[in-house]
Design a protein around this ligand. Sequence first.
Ligand code: CO
Length: 147
Amino acid sequence: MGLGHDHTHDEPSSGSLTEIDHVGIAVHDLDAAVAWYQQMFGATVAHRERIESDGVEEALIKVADSYIQLLTPFVDTSPLAKFMERNGEGLHHVGYRVASCAEVLEHVKAQGARVVDEHPRTGSRGTTVAFLHPKSSFSSLIELVEE
Ligand code: CO
């Protein structure tokens, strides 16, 4: 509430990031992970999809305007399978929602960030996505997501 003045509080801008779109969690058994979220939190799956190009299957659990993205590889050659060989289950990436994946990708490249995807591509739910390489982002894998 204001204290006698009527101008609105200025919130710091997050620039081109408009929401946390999702948090990606790698699991060995997708059905078991879904059942766990159901049992613990009463959570239900909002969307399930096999993403052939990535060799992964996902189950999205909606949390407000964001998702928990449970992910499991279905082929040994998928990048997620390689990740899990090294790191096991757990936090894999954070998806940041942006208005324009192409614009933000060009900007971060121009600013020297390493990227996995040189160009935006199609993600799940018909989104447009691109991954930044964790090497230049504090060892965290970042996905840009345009709905
Ligand atoms: Co993702």
